[in-house]
Design a protein around this ligand. Sequence first.
Ligand SMILES: *[C@@H]1O[C@H](CO)[C@@H](O)[C@H](O)[C@H]1NC(C)=O
Ligand SMILES: *[C@@H]1O[C@H](CO)[C@@H](O)[C@H](O)[C@H]1NC(C)=O
Ligand SMILES: *[C@@H]1O[C@H](CO)[C@@H](O)[C@H](O)[C@H]1NC(C)=O
Length: 262
Amino acid sequence: MELKTQPVLWAFFLMLSLWSQVCRSVSVHFLDPKPLYVVQGQILALHTEIGITTKEAVPTVVWERVSPDAKHPVKVAEYPGQAPDKRIFIEEQGAVLKITNFVHADSGVYTINVTDHLGRVASAQHIVEEYMAVHHVSVMVNVSHTSLHCKEAWGTQPVFSWMHEQAKVDGSHGRLSPDNSTLFVTARLCGLFTCVVSNRLGHSSATYTSEPCERKGNGGTVAVVCLFLLLIGAGALLFLLWRRRRQHRSRGERLREYDGPL
Ligand SMILES: *[C@@H]1O[C@H](CO)[C@@H](O)[C@H](O)[C@H]1NC(C)=O
Ligand SMILES: *[C@@H]1O[C@H](CO)[C@@H](O)[C@H](O)[C@H]1NC(C)=O
Ligand SMILES: *[C@@H]1O[C@H](CO)[C@@H](O)[C@H](O)[C@H]1NC(C)=O
Protein backbone atom coordinates (compact mmCIF):
# COMPACT_ATOMS: atom_id res chain seq x y z
CA MET A 1 0.00 0.00 0.00
CA GLU A 2 2.76 2.48 1.02
CA LEU A 3 4.84 1.59 -2.01
CA LYS A 4 1.89 2.34 -4.25
CA THR A 5 1.03 5.77 -2.82
CA GLN A 6 4.62 7.03 -2.67
CA PRO A 7 4.98 7.79 -6.42
CA VAL A 8 1.70 9.66 -6.33
CA LEU A 9 2.92 11.78 -3.43
CA TRP A 10 6.21 12.46 -5.21
CA ALA A 11 4.36 13.56 -8.32
CA PHE A 12 2.17 15.82 -6.20
CA PHE A 13 5.14 17.56 -4.56
CA LEU A 14 6.87 17.93 -7.94
CA MET A 15 3.74 19.57 -9.35
CA LEU A 16 3.46 21.84 -6.31
CA SER A 17 7.06 23.03 -6.65
CA LEU A 18 6.65 23.60 -10.40
CA TRP A 19 3.40 25.47 -9.82
CA SER A 20 4.96 27.70 -7.17
CA GLN A 21 7.86 28.47 -9.57
CA VAL A 22 5.42 29.53 -12.29
CA CYS A 23 3.22 31.52 -9.94
CA ARG A 24 6.10 33.13 -8.11
CA SER A 25 5.31 36.55 -9.46
CA VAL A 26 4.50 39.82 -7.85
CA SER A 27 0.99 41.23 -7.49
CA VAL A 28 -0.61 44.33 -6.04
CA HIS A 29 -4.19 45.48 -5.50
CA PHE A 30 -6.02 48.20 -3.61
CA LEU A 31 -7.96 47.01 -0.56
CA ASP A 32 -10.97 49.19 -1.48
CA PRO A 33 -11.45 49.55 -5.25
CA LYS A 34 -14.06 52.36 -4.99
CA PRO A 35 -12.90 55.93 -5.80
CA LEU A 36 -11.62 57.71 -2.73
CA TYR A 37 -13.07 61.13 -1.81
CA VAL A 38 -10.99 63.26 0.54
CA VAL A 39 -12.05 66.47 2.28
CA GLN A 40 -9.59 69.36 2.03
CA GLY A 41 -7.19 69.43 4.96
CA GLN A 42 -7.78 65.78 5.84
CA ILE A 43 -5.54 62.75 5.25
CA LEU A 44 -5.47 60.88 1.96
CA ALA A 45 -4.64 57.23 2.71
CA LEU A 46 -4.31 54.55 0.03
CA HIS A 47 -3.94 50.96 1.24
CA THR A 48 -2.71 48.20 -1.04
CA GLU A 49 -1.77 44.60 -0.57
CA ILE A 50 1.43 43.46 -2.23
CA GLY A 51 1.67 39.76 -2.96
CA ILE A 52 5.17 38.40 -3.31
CA THR A 53 6.34 34.85 -2.73
CA THR A 54 10.07 35.47 -2.26
CA LYS A 55 10.17 37.16 1.12
CA GLU A 56 13.98 37.50 1.13
CA ALA A 57 13.93 40.10 -1.66
CA VAL A 58 12.15 43.38 -0.87
CA PRO A 59 10.36 44.76 -3.94
CA THR A 60 10.77 48.36 -4.98
CA VAL A 61 7.59 50.42 -4.99
CA VAL A 62 6.87 53.58 -6.97
CA TRP A 63 3.75 55.71 -6.44
CA GLU A 64 2.71 58.02 -9.27
CA ARG A 65 -0.16 60.41 -9.89
CA VAL A 66 -1.77 61.77 -13.03
CA SER A 67 -3.69 64.95 -12.20
CA PRO A 68 -6.84 65.77 -14.22
CA ASP A 69 -5.21 68.87 -15.72
CA ALA A 70 -1.80 67.26 -16.35
CA LYS A 71 -1.10 64.64 -19.00
CA HIS A 72 2.05 63.08 -17.56
CA PRO A 73 2.46 61.10 -14.38
CA VAL A 74 4.31 62.69 -11.48
CA LYS A 75 6.25 60.54 -9.05
CA VAL A 76 4.73 60.96 -5.59
CA ALA A 77 6.91 58.64 -3.51
CA GLU A 78 9.04 55.54 -3.72
CA TYR A 79 10.19 52.75 -1.46
CA PRO A 80 12.94 52.43 -0.47
CA GLY A 81 13.60 56.15 -0.63
CA GLN A 82 13.01 59.54 0.84
CA ALA A 83 9.61 61.21 0.58
CA PRO A 84 9.90 64.38 -1.54
CA ASP A 85 7.40 66.26 0.64
CA LYS A 86 6.85 66.55 4.41
CA ARG A 87 3.16 65.76 3.89
CA ILE A 88 3.86 62.40 2.24
CA PHE A 89 4.38 59.18 4.18
CA ILE A 90 5.06 55.63 3.01
CA GLU A 91 4.21 52.74 5.32
CA GLU A 92 4.32 48.94 5.28
CA GLN A 93 7.22 48.69 2.81
CA GLY A 94 5.53 50.93 0.28
CA ALA A 95 2.10 49.27 0.41
CA VAL A 96 0.47 52.27 2.13
CA LEU A 97 0.66 55.88 0.92
CA LYS A 98 -0.49 58.74 3.13
CA ILE A 99 -0.69 62.43 2.27
CA THR A 100 -1.64 64.79 5.07
CA ASN A 101 -3.41 68.16 4.71
CA PHE A 102 -5.07 67.20 1.42
CA VAL A 103 -5.36 69.92 -1.24
CA HIS A 104 -7.23 69.87 -4.55
CA ALA A 105 -3.97 69.37 -6.49
CA ASP A 106 -3.54 65.99 -4.73
CA SER A 107 -6.52 64.55 -6.62
CA GLY A 108 -6.01 62.41 -9.69
CA VAL A 109 -5.34 58.83 -10.70
CA TYR A 110 -2.77 57.16 -8.47
CA THR A 111 -0.66 54.26 -9.73
CA ILE A 112 1.44 51.92 -7.64
CA ASN A 113 4.18 49.99 -9.43
CA VAL A 114 5.81 47.11 -7.61
CA THR A 115 8.99 45.59 -9.06
CA ASP A 116 10.48 42.39 -7.64
CA HIS A 117 14.15 41.39 -7.63
CA LEU A 118 13.75 39.70 -11.04
CA GLY A 119 12.40 42.87 -12.60
CA ARG A 120 8.79 41.71 -12.86
CA VAL A 121 6.32 44.56 -12.42
CA ALA A 122 2.81 44.62 -11.01
CA SER A 123 0.73 47.75 -10.97
CA ALA A 124 -2.68 48.97 -9.85
CA GLN A 125 -4.58 52.24 -10.15
CA HIS A 126 -6.93 54.20 -7.95
CA ILE A 127 -9.02 57.35 -8.41
CA VAL A 128 -8.73 60.06 -5.74
CA GLU A 129 -11.05 63.06 -5.80
CA GLU A 130 -11.72 65.98 -3.55
CA TYR A 131 -14.89 65.67 -1.47
CA MET A 132 -16.92 68.74 -2.44
CA ALA A 133 -19.69 70.48 -0.52
CA VAL A 134 -23.21 70.71 -1.96
CA HIS A 135 -23.57 73.70 -4.33
CA HIS A 136 -26.38 75.49 -6.20
CA VAL A 137 -29.47 73.47 -5.36
CA SER A 138 -32.44 74.24 -7.61
CA VAL A 139 -35.95 72.87 -8.15
CA MET A 140 -37.55 72.66 -11.60
CA VAL A 141 -41.19 71.91 -12.16
CA ASN A 142 -42.59 69.84 -15.01
CA VAL A 143 -46.14 71.18 -15.11
CA SER A 144 -47.37 68.76 -17.78
CA HIS A 145 -46.37 65.76 -15.70
CA THR A 146 -46.65 67.42 -12.28
CA SER A 147 -43.18 66.41 -11.21
CA LEU A 148 -40.52 68.36 -9.34
CA HIS A 149 -36.87 67.87 -10.24
CA CYS A 150 -34.17 68.76 -7.75
CA LYS A 151 -30.69 69.48 -9.09
CA GLU A 152 -27.34 70.08 -7.48
CA ALA A 153 -24.13 71.36 -9.14
CA TRP A 154 -21.04 69.44 -8.01
CA GLY A 155 -21.35 68.17 -4.44
CA THR A 156 -19.94 64.72 -3.71
CA GLN A 157 -22.41 61.90 -3.03
CA PRO A 158 -25.49 64.15 -2.66
CA VAL A 159 -28.47 62.76 -0.73
CA PHE A 160 -31.88 64.21 -1.70
CA SER A 161 -34.94 64.61 0.50
CA TRP A 162 -38.18 66.58 0.21
CA MET A 163 -40.39 68.60 2.53
CA HIS A 164 -43.94 69.80 1.89
CA GLU A 165 -44.74 72.86 4.01
CA GLN A 166 -42.98 71.77 7.23
CA ALA A 167 -43.45 68.01 6.97
CA LYS A 168 -41.32 65.33 5.35
CA VAL A 169 -42.77 64.17 2.04
CA ASP A 170 -44.32 60.72 2.27
CA GLY A 171 -46.43 58.46 0.08
CA SER A 172 -49.48 60.73 0.34
CA HIS A 173 -47.80 63.46 -1.75
CA GLY A 174 -46.50 61.26 -4.52
CA ARG A 175 -43.75 58.96 -5.63
CA LEU A 176 -39.98 59.53 -5.51
CA SER A 177 -37.43 58.53 -8.13
CA PRO A 178 -34.90 55.86 -7.00
CA ASP A 179 -32.31 58.53 -6.07
CA ASN A 180 -35.04 60.73 -4.47
CA SER A 181 -34.13 63.68 -6.70
CA THR A 182 -37.51 63.74 -8.52
CA LEU A 183 -40.90 63.92 -6.85
CA PHE A 184 -43.83 62.79 -8.99
CA VAL A 185 -46.73 64.58 -7.34
CA THR A 186 -49.95 62.54 -7.38
CA ALA A 187 -52.00 64.77 -5.05
CA ARG A 188 -52.92 68.34 -6.07
CA LEU A 189 -49.75 70.41 -6.63
CA CYS A 190 -50.06 73.14 -4.03
CA GLY A 191 -48.11 74.80 -1.27
CA LEU A 192 -44.40 75.04 -0.60
CA PHE A 193 -42.07 72.20 -1.59
CA THR A 194 -38.49 72.20 -0.33
CA CYS A 195 -35.70 69.99 -1.69
CA VAL A 196 -32.86 69.43 0.79
CA VAL A 197 -29.53 68.13 -0.56
CA SER A 198 -26.96 67.01 1.96
CA ASN A 199 -23.62 65.25 2.22
CA ARG A 200 -20.83 64.88 4.80
CA LEU A 201 -20.00 68.60 4.57
CA GLY A 202 -23.50 69.97 5.19
CA HIS A 203 -26.71 70.69 3.34
CA SER A 204 -28.35 73.20 1.07
CA SER A 205 -31.93 73.59 -0.11
CA ALA A 206 -34.23 75.17 -2.68
CA THR A 207 -37.99 75.68 -2.72
CA TYR A 208 -40.83 75.61 -5.19
CA THR A 209 -43.98 77.55 -4.35
CA SER A 210 -47.23 76.68 -6.07
CA GLU A 211 -50.70 78.08 -5.33
CA PRO A 212 -51.57 78.00 -1.64
CA CYS A 213 -53.33 74.85 -0.42
CA GLU A 214 -55.33 76.52 2.41
CA ARG A 215 -57.46 78.94 0.36
CA LYS A 216 -59.33 76.32 -1.62
CA GLY A 217 -59.45 74.00 1.37
CA ASN A 218 -60.93 76.83 3.53
CA GLY A 219 -63.34 77.85 0.78
CA GLY A 220 -64.63 74.30 0.60
CA THR A 221 -65.01 74.10 4.36
CA VAL A 222 -66.85 77.44 4.46
CA ALA A 223 -69.24 76.25 1.75
CA VAL A 224 -69.96 73.03 3.63
CA VAL A 225 -70.53 74.93 6.90
CA CYS A 226 -72.86 77.42 5.14
CA LEU A 227 -74.86 74.60 3.57
CA PHE A 228 -75.09 72.89 6.94
CA LEU A 229 -76.31 76.08 8.68
CA LEU A 230 -78.80 76.69 5.86
CA LEU A 231 -80.18 73.17 6.28
CA ILE A 232 -80.45 73.60 10.06
CA GLY A 233 -82.18 76.97 9.58
CA ALA A 234 -84.63 75.53 7.05
CA GLY A 235 -85.27 72.53 9.34
CA ALA A 236 -85.93 74.81 12.33
CA LEU A 237 -88.28 76.98 10.26
CA LEU A 238 -90.21 73.95 9.04
CA PHE A 239 -90.43 72.60 12.60
CA LEU A 240 -91.74 75.94 13.91
CA LEU A 241 -94.31 76.16 11.11
CA TRP A 242 -95.44 72.58 11.80
CA ARG A 243 -95.74 73.27 15.55
CA ARG A 244 -97.74 76.46 14.98
CA ARG A 245 -100.16 74.63 12.68
CA ARG A 246 -100.54 71.83 15.22
CA GLN A 247 -101.21 74.24 18.13
CA HIS A 248 -103.67 76.14 16.00
CA ARG A 249 -105.55 73.01 15.07
CA SER A 250 -105.63 71.54 18.64
CA ARG A 251 -106.90 74.89 20.01
CA GLY A 252 -109.68 74.86 17.45
CA GLU A 253 -110.60 71.29 18.46
CA ARG A 254 -110.62 72.18 22.17
CA LEU A 255 -112.78 75.22 21.50
CA ARG A 256 -115.22 73.00 19.73
CA GLU A 257 -115.26 70.35 22.52
CA TYR A 258 -115.78 72.61 25.54
CA ASP A 259 -117.59 75.32 23.75
CA GLY A 260 -116.25 78.15 25.88
CA PRO A 261 -113.14 79.59 27.59
CA LEU A 262 -111.04 77.34 29.86
C1 LIG B 1 4.16 51.85 -13.82
O1 LIG B 1 3.32 50.94 -14.53
C2 LIG B 1 2.61 51.50 -15.58
C3 LIG B 1 1.71 50.44 -16.15
O2 LIG B 1 2.24 49.19 -16.00
C4 LIG B 1 3.59 52.07 -16.61
O3 LIG B 1 2.85 52.69 -17.65
C5 LIG B 1 4.49 53.09 -15.94
O4 LIG B 1 5.47 53.54 -16.85
C6 LIG B 1 5.19 52.47 -14.76
N1 LIG B 1 5.95 53.50 -14.07
C7 LIG B 1 7.14 53.30 -13.56
C8 LIG B 1 7.79 54.47 -12.88
O5 LIG B 1 7.69 52.20 -13.64
C1 LIG C 1 -41.86 66.42 -18.37
O1 LIG C 1 -41.74 65.04 -18.08
C2 LIG C 1 -41.94 64.19 -19.19
C3 LIG C 1 -41.89 62.76 -18.68
O2 LIG C 1 -40.81 62.54 -17.87
C4 LIG C 1 -40.91 64.50 -20.26
O3 LIG C 1 -41.13 63.67 -21.38
C5 LIG C 1 -41.00 65.97 -20.66
O4 LIG C 1 -39.98 66.27 -21.59
C6 LIG C 1 -40.84 66.85 -19.44
N1 LIG C 1 -41.04 68.24 -19.80
C7 LIG C 1 -40.17 69.20 -19.46
C8 LIG C 1 -40.55 70.57 -19.89
O5 LIG C 1 -39.14 68.97 -18.87
C1 LIG D 1 -34.92 58.00 -0.44
O1 LIG D 1 -35.75 58.36 0.65
C2 LIG D 1 -36.14 57.29 1.48
C3 LIG D 1 -37.10 57.80 2.54
O2 LIG D 1 -37.34 59.15 2.48
C4 LIG D 1 -34.92 56.64 2.10
O3 LIG D 1 -35.29 55.54 2.89
C5 LIG D 1 -33.98 56.18 1.00
O4 LIG D 1 -32.80 55.67 1.57
C6 LIG D 1 -33.64 57.33 0.07
N1 LIG D 1 -32.83 56.85 -1.03
C7 LIG D 1 -31.69 57.45 -1.42
C8 LIG D 1 -31.00 56.83 -2.58
O5 LIG D 1 -31.26 58.45 -0.86
